[in-house]
Every structure is written in structure tokens, then in C-alpha cells.
Write a protein that binds this ligand. Structure first.
Ligand SMILES: Nc1ncnc2c1ncn2[C@@H]1O[C@H](COP(=O)(O)OP(=O)(O)O)[C@@H](O)[C@H]1O
Ligand SMILES: [Mg+2]
Length: 270
């Protein structure tokens, strides 16, 4: 977005960028409880499933969770490249943990599980966040419960947080995955955002970008909600384009017409 478009609405930076500092993350009123519950589950050393449609804010919830957990006690490792076979999956985990990846599948698995046990001795609880979990290969799913098994399955030395689209839960419900599924103590769903969430979200992000007044008309927000089907990523895209359009037409606020023009494809969305 051009600086002139931004300053038209009194903004310093583009408000709907995906590059958000942790300090700028928005925690909607409706999600406060969820982050509390997730943190509590990790403190209980549990394994967790978190599902939701694309763009509803799953990855951002993980970031909020990271901020909540003390780095002295919890060692969080984030893996998002889920499209790997078993050996490469563990190699990726090795690298993320700062270990030298070994050559064979058995050796990388051994390196990861030994590291988990060492952390346990140091009273550090490792948490593996597996994002885009619906893409995990079956041979990885087949094996994950073994990673959760320490000292004859008597110690919870590691928490897995499996995050993905709703089909991840369906995948885990399959008979073949029951060893893993039965070890997932908490199952959370991130619901689609509501109209109220969207109003709060837009106001929040605009305020973080420097706005001191309402930029979007209420009916413009309502229309975005209708079309974004609950995904904040869609809201970002539409709101960005509508704002630019309204600025170029020298409108005092982003009105419903600007959103209509974006949705009708009359102005480019990127
Ligand atoms: N808590 C939040 N604070 C600020 N922006 C958010 C938040 N949650 C979601 N968003 C916005 O929505 C986009 C999609 O969220 P994301 O967490 O990536 O969705 P998912 O992982 O469910 O696909 C982000 O890039 C960001 O712009
Ligand atoms: Mg995500």
C-alpha cells in the first residue's frame, strides 16, 4: 500500500499485514479462555489437538501460547513442514532442537528421544508444536505415539500439540491411529470468527497501525464478514484492498461500496 493511502487514514504502517510482532497479537475476548485452557493442558504435560478452518487464527493462537509459557520450564519447538516422511520428519525435529541429524531413521529417532529424556532430567518440559498436522504422512502418524512413550509409558516427558484443519481430527479418529488418538488428552476447536470478533479485530489492528478514529463503516464490516466465511486471512485481504480503494477515491471512511468493489473484482485484491 502506498504511503499516501496509509496517511489518508492517519496510519503509520499497513494494518492488515501478516507480519505481526508478538506484542501486537490480538487476543479476542472469545479466545482468551482457549489460550488459558491450552496453557493449563501443557502445564499438566498433556498432548493436545487443535483444529480449525484455514485462516481462523490457529498459528496466531500458538504464538499467544508461546508467550504464556515460561521459557525456563517449557522448551517449545515449532514444526510446520509436515509433508515429510518419517525419517525426514525426525531429522527436521533434530535440527529444530539443535541436534546433529543422524543418518538413519532409527538414529534420528534415538537422538530426539534421548534429548527429551535429558530435558526431563533438567526439569524442562519439551513441547513439540506440529502445525499443518493434516499434512502429516501416515508413517509419521503411525510412529508419533512411540515418541510419547517414556519409561514404559509411565512418564509424560513431552507434550505434542497437533494443529491442523478439521480433517486432522477425522484422520486421527481412524482405527489405524487409535494408539495416538487415545494419547491426546485435550481436543480443542477454533471456531470461525464471529461478526463481533471481526469488528474487534479490525479496530484492534487499525489502532496498532496508528489510527485514532473509526476507519471502517459498520456496514462495510458486515459485508466483509458475510464474504470472509469466518477467516481472518480473508478479512486481511479484503480490508486491505478496500482501504486502498477508499483512500484513492478520497473517502472519509472505508464504506460498503469499497468492499463491494473489491468483492466484485473491480479492483485488484493484492
Ligand atoms: N491473534 C491475532 N492477532 C492478529 N492477527 C491475527 C490473529 N489471529 C489471526 N490473525 C490474522 O489472521 C491471519 C491468519 O491467521 P493464522 O493464525 O495464520 O490462521 P491459521 O493458522 O488458522 O490458518 C494472520 O496472518 C493474521 O493476519
Ligand atoms: Mg496456520
Amino acid at each position: 500500500m502506498r504511503t499516501t493511502d496509509l496517511s489518508w487514514f492517519g496510519l503509520r504502517v499497513p494494518p492488515f499485514s501478516k507480519e505481526i510482532d508478538d506484542d501486537d497479537l490480538w487476543l479476542p475476548t472469545s479466545k482468551v479462555d482457549l489460550v488459558d485452557d491450552l496453557a493449563e493442558a501443557i502445564e499438566a504435560r498433556a498432548t493436545i489437538l487443535l483444529t480449525g478452518e484455514p485462516g481462523v487464527g490457529k498459528t496466531c493462537v500458538l504464538r499467544a501460547l508461546r508467550r504464556r509459557l515460561s521459557p525456563e520450564t517449557y522448551r517449545l519447538t515449532y514444526c510446520h513442514n509436515a509433508t515429510l516422511g518419517r525419517r525426514d520428519f525426525y531429522r527436521q525435529l533434530c535440527v529444530a532442537l539443535g541436534l546433529t541429524p543422524a543418518a538413519t531413521a532409527a538414529a534420528v529417532f534415538y537422538a530426539v528421544s534421548t534429548h527429551v529424556e535429558e530435558l526431563g532430567r533438567e526439569r524442562i518440559h519439551p513441547v513439540f508444536l506440529l502445525d499443518e498436522g493434516h499434512l502429516l504422512h501416515q508413517d509419521v502418524l503411525d510412529h508419533l505415539h512411540i515418541l510419547l512413550n517414556y519409561q514404559w509409558d509411565s512418564r509424560a516427558l513431552l507434550s505434542l500439540v497437533l494443529v491442523g484443519l478439521p480433517e486432522l481430527e477425522q484422520q486421527l479418529e481412524r482405527r489405524r491411529n487409535r494408539s495416538l488418538y487415545s494419547r491426546i488428552h485435550h481436543r480443542f476447536t477454533l471456531d470461525d470468527v464471529t461478526g463481533e470478533d471481526i469488528t474487534e479485530y479490525i479496530a484492534y489492528r487499525l489502532q496498532r497501525a496508528g489510527a485514532d478514529k473509526t476507519v471502517f463503516a459498520a456496514d462495510a464490516i458486515a459485508l466483509m464478514h458475510e464474504h470472509a466465511t469466518g477467516a481472518l486471512r480473508d478479512i486481511d485481504r479484503i480490508a486491505h484492498a478496500a482501504m486502498r480503494d477508499a483512500a484513492r477515491r478520497k473517502r472519509k471512511s472505508v464504506d460498503r461500496e469499497a468492499v463491494e468493489r473489491v468483492l466484485a473484482g473491480r479492483i485488484p485484491i493484492a
